[in-house]
Design a protein around this ligand. Structure first.
Ligand code: NDP
Ligand code: GDR
Length: 392
């Protein structure tokens, strides 16, 4: 898939994305090493942008999602440039924004895991609430308020379990986690800088979006990766939490297109981005199993529920009656939003946006990518045994 993405980057030269001075537009992406950051960097490069990205310093390399786009610092005419920085560190943001003077900033960086936000509420607030403030205030103080357009990665988690489905731009917010409450500040500070200083600043209120690049601990990827490993005999079972939670799952590639469109309008506005269709976690498991030719039967209730193989299809490593999914109470959150479905009518009518990739296609793409990854893992391990250094 990465090869496919990098081909599109090289071939799809982007005309019409020059700034007022005729030079290529310059974008700065925070969170470029994440799922959306990788797809957005691809998209902007394909449109002819010069893309600057902020990555965190980590003890191991964390740029695997964008390695196929990487250009050595020694290359002339680079169009992808990376800097170390952190949303919790104003000085790094200041020096990067001052140096880059971007036409557009996409603030995608965040502590993005809702369950983890209950364990790290203070850090979550610093990165997700104060992070956007630090960027907006830096832009303002550098005198870039009229030049730089700002996109804030807001979330349907703002709605919590708000009354009224589907949820749209007018649905009242009712956040139910430290993550969502921090994002609520991010949402309002973006609106505030738009109103107070006339900045082109807007929120994309995005519903869940997934892909083969999704982090491994979000539920969709946990399921597709787990099932792929199970059919290759590398794992016995997947342990999940709330199977009844319902989410509106789209594809990240469709959603980053919308992020870009939001910054190309005459007037800054906030938009809900969703497919309008929801599924339960249990239905996601069934859909992923179906991609592998497996039929499951659900037995038990609530915290004792399990999925048993009813028909293993052609998977020789599985047998009928085998339990491959179990509920484990540790994956339940102190409080969870049970049902989410968005209404993207405004995005459709004002921006001409339609999601192109449907639910089953998304699940299929994720399952195939994870099967391939599990196969590579297996091959690597067998090579390690062949060369006599197992487990290293
Ligand atoms: P990911 O978790 O895949 O990526 C998050 C990115 O933020 C990573 O690059 C991460 O770096 C970086 N990051 C985390 N903390 C900091 C920090 N303190 N300073 C600088 N960088 C940091 O998330 P997604 O790509 O899925 O989501 C992008 C944004 O959209 C997030 O803000 C998320 O909250 C929001 N969102 C996502 C939705 C979804 O369904 N995917 C839906 C709605 C909103 P590292 O690689 O080092 O961890
Ligand atoms: P979410 O995504 O919390 O909606 O946040 P996640 O995939 O983590 O959870 C979705 C639903 O599945 C239930 N669930 C489990 N979740 C995880 N992670 N692991 C499990 O084992 C499990 N079992 C059941 C959860 O309880 C939940 O109801 C994502 C993130 O990308 C946010 O950054 C973003 O803002 C929102 O989507 C919109």
């Amino acid at each position: 898939m990465k090869e496919e993405l990098s081909r599109s980057t090289k071939n799809d030269a982007g005309a019409g994305n020059e700034g007022p001075d005729g030079r290529p537009k310059v974008a700065l992406i925070t969170g470029i090493s994440g799922q959306d950051g990788a797809y957005l960097a691809e998209l902007l490069l394909s449109k002819g942008y010069v893309v600057h990205g902020i990555k965190r310093r980590t003890s191991r390399l964390n740029t695997d999602r964008i390695d196929h786009l990487y250009q050595e610092p020694q290359e002339s005419q680079r169009r992808l440039l990376l800097y170390h920085g952190d949303l919790t560190d104003t000085s790094s943001l200041l020096s990067i924004i001052q140096r880059v003077e971007p036409d557009e900033i996409y603030n995608l960086a965040a502590q993005s895991h809702v369950a983890v936000s209950f364990e790290e509420p203070e850090y979550t607030a610093s990165s997700n609430a104060l992070g956007p403030l630090r960027i907006l205030e830096t832009v303002r103080r550098l005198g870039l308020a009229k030049k730089t357009r700002f996109y804030q990665a807001s979330s349907c988690e703002l709605f919590g379990d708000a009354e009224g489905h589907p949820q749209n731009e007018l649905t009242p917010f009712q956040p139910r986690s430290p993550y969502a409450i921090a994002k609520l500040y991010g949402y309002w500070i973006t609106v505030n800088y738009r109103e107070a200083y006339g900045m082109y600043a807007c929120n994309g209120i995005l519903f869940n979006h997934e892909s083969p690049l999704r982090g491994e601990t979000f539920v969709t990827r946990k399921i597709t990766r787990g099932l792929a490993r199970i059919v290759l005999g590398r794992q016995d079972c997947i342990y999940l939490g709330n199977l009844d939670a319902r989410r509106d799952w789209g594809h990240a590639r469709d959603y980053v297109d919308m992020q870009w469109r939001m910054l190309q309008q005459d007037k800054p506005e906030d938009f809900v981005i969703a497919t309008g269709i929801e599924h339960s976690v249990r239905e996601f498991v069934d859909a992923a199993a179906a991609e592998l030719g497996i039929v499951l039967e659900w037995r038990g209730t609530e915290k004792n529920e399990v999925a048993v193989v009813a028909d293993p299809g052609t998977n020789a490593s599985l047998s009928a009656g085998q339990t491959i999914v179990r509920v484990d109470a540790r994956y339940f959150r102190p409080i969870d939003a049970m049902s989410k479905v968005g209404d993207p009518a405004k995005a459709r009518s004002k921006l001409g946006w339609e999601p192109k990739i449907g639910f089953q296609q998304l699940v299929g793409e994720m399952v195939r990518a994870d099967l391939q990854a599990a196969g590579k893992e297996q091959l690597l391990q067998s090579q390690e045994y062949a060369y006599g250094f197992p487990g290293e």
